[in-house]
Ligand binder design. Sequence first.
Ligand code: DGT
Ligand code: CA
Ligand code: CA
Ligand code: ZN
Length: 579
Amino acid sequence: MNNHEIANIFDQMGELMTIRGDNFHRTLAYKRGAETIRDLGEQLSEMLAAGEDLTKLPGIGKTLAGKINELIETGGLRAFEKVKAEIPLSLLELTRVEGLGGKRVKLIYDKLGVTTLDELIEAAEDGRIAALPKMGEKSAEKIATNARALLEFGDDRIPIGDALPLAQQILAELKTLSGVERAEIGGSLRRMKETIGDVDILLGVKEGTYAAPIMQHFVDLPLVGTIEGQGNTKSSVILHTGMKVDLRVLPLRYWGTLLQYFSGSKEHNVRLRALATEQGLSLNEYGFSAEAKTPPEQRDTCATEAEVYNTLALPYIPPVLREGRGEIEAAQKGMLPEVVQIGDIRADLHMHTTYSDGKQSVLDMAIAAQSRGFEYIVITDHSQGLGIANGLSVERLEEQAREIERANAEMGDDFTILHGTEMEIKADATLDFPDDVLAELDFVIASLHVSLKQPREQIMERFMAAIDNRHVDMIAHPTGRLLGRREGADVDMSRLIMAASSSKTILEINANPARLDLNDVNAKYAAMMGVKIGINCDAHSADQFDLLPYGIAVAQRAWIKPEQVVNTWPLEKLLAYIK
Ligand code: DGT
Ligand code: CA
Ligand code: CA
Ligand code: ZN
C-alpha cells in the first residue's frame, strides 16, 4: 500500500468519524496525519522496512503509526471497517454540499435514511428536511440549491489558470463601484494554490456606504448563473462556468483583519488565533479585543494586514506562505524565507518555435523575451520522436543552429540565445538524440510526453536513463500532469529528486498553469535536497511569457530563494554549472 492510498484512508476515516460525532481532536489527528503523509518524499512502506520510527514525523503519534503498520502489513484497517459499518461511505459526498456539516448529515441520515445526493434533494424539496429540528424552510432551500450545484458541476477544484482571469475580471468591475476603496482577491486564489475551491473577493468601503447596491451589482453581473445568497456583508453566486464566488463587504476600518481573515488558510488562521489567545487577545475579521464576545464596533481595528501581524509581534507574512506549514514559527524566529520574486528572473530555459509546435520564430521569441527584461533564453524545440509536435530531426536541428546564429547577430551583445532541445525520453527508456548530437547543444532538457501510464518502475527507468546521460541538464515537467484533465505519471519523486541532487540535474517548475509541475510540495523537497530549480514558461508563443507569475508562485509556496533558481543567475554562472 502506497502513501497516497494510506493518506486517502486516513482522510476518509477522519471524515466518517466527524459525521459519527467523534471527538474533534481525534478526527483532526487523522486529517493532519493524511496531510503529513501526502507531503512525504519517502514511501512509508520503505521507511518501515528500514526500521525507521514513524512517530518522529509531524502529526504521526503512536496510534497513527500503529494504523500505518496495520495497513502496510495487512492491506486493511479494522477500525476503518468498523466505522464504515456504522456510517455509510456515501455520506461523505453529502458533506461536500455547502452548508451541510457532519452533524447535519448524520441527522438527515438517522432520521430520514438519506444516503445520496438525489435522495437529499428529494427530501429537501418535499419538506422533510425543513421539518427536522433546527432546520427550517430556509436551510432546506439552501441545501437543495447547493446539492443541485454539486450534482451539476461536481466538486472538482478549479485549476488556478481558469479561476484567476475570471476573478480578476470581476474584481476590476467591482473596483469601479461608488464607495469601494479597497478591493482584493482573498482565499486560496490569493495564496496562489494550484486549484481553487471557490473565489473569495473582499471589498473595503468608505464609512457610511450602503453595501446593498454593491451586492446587487455583483449578483447582476452577466457572468453569474445562480445566486446562492445575497446579504449586507456577504453574497455568494455560481457563475455559468460552475465557479462559485463569495463577496464580502465591510467598512474600510476593518480592512486589515478582513483581508487577513478571508485570505486564510484556515490552518494558518487557526494557528494565528492560538497565538493571539496566548497573548490574551481575541482575533476575528473585525479586529482584536480582550474578550471574544466584544462586538465589532468596539474592537481594535487594523487598517492593514501588516498591522494584524505586527500586533502579534510578527513580521508581515506573504499570502503564498500562509498554509500552516511552519511559517508562523519561522516568522517568530525571524526566519521567514526571502522567496524568489519575478524581478529576480533573468532568463527562460524552455520554449518552442515554429520549428516544432510553437507559433513564433526564434528571433520573435528573443525580442519578446528581451522586452520583458530577460538577458538570455534557450530555444528548446521538441525532438524527432515526438511526431505530433513536429519534433526536429538531426538535420533540422542543424538548420536551426544556423538560424540561432543569425538571430544572435541580430540581437547584439546584450542578449544571448542558446541552442537547446526538449528531448523526448522514449517509452523504451532510450533517448531521442545520440550523444554526439547532444554534445553540440548548449542546453539539454529531457522530458516525457508519451506512455505516461507506464508502471512506476518503467517511468523511473526512463528518468534514470536521462539523468545518467552527462549531456542532460534539466528534467522538464516531471509528472506530465495536466491539472483538471490528466493525472501525471507515477513518478517516484524521492528517487527522482535524490538522483537529480547527486547528478546536479536541474528540475523544472513548469509555469504553465495547466502543469505547475513540479508542484509546491515536491519543489520544496527538491530545493531542500540541494536540487537547483528552473522556472520556465514552456512558451509556445511570445505571449505565454505572461505565465511566469504562476511558476514563481509555486516556487514561493515552496519557500524557494532566488539563489536556488538557475534562471536568476547570470549566463556565465549557469554555463559553469551545467558544465
Ligand atoms: P478553497 O476555496 O477551498 O480553495 O480554500 P480557501 O482557503 O479559499 O477557503 P474558503 O473559501 O472556504 O474560505 C476563505 C478563507 O476564509 C479561508 O482561507 C480562511 C477563512 N475561513 C473560512 N472559514 C474559516 C473557519 O472556519 N475558520 C477560520 N479560522 N477561517 C476560516
Ligand atoms: Ca475560496
Ligand atoms: Ca469561500
Ligand atoms: Zn516544452
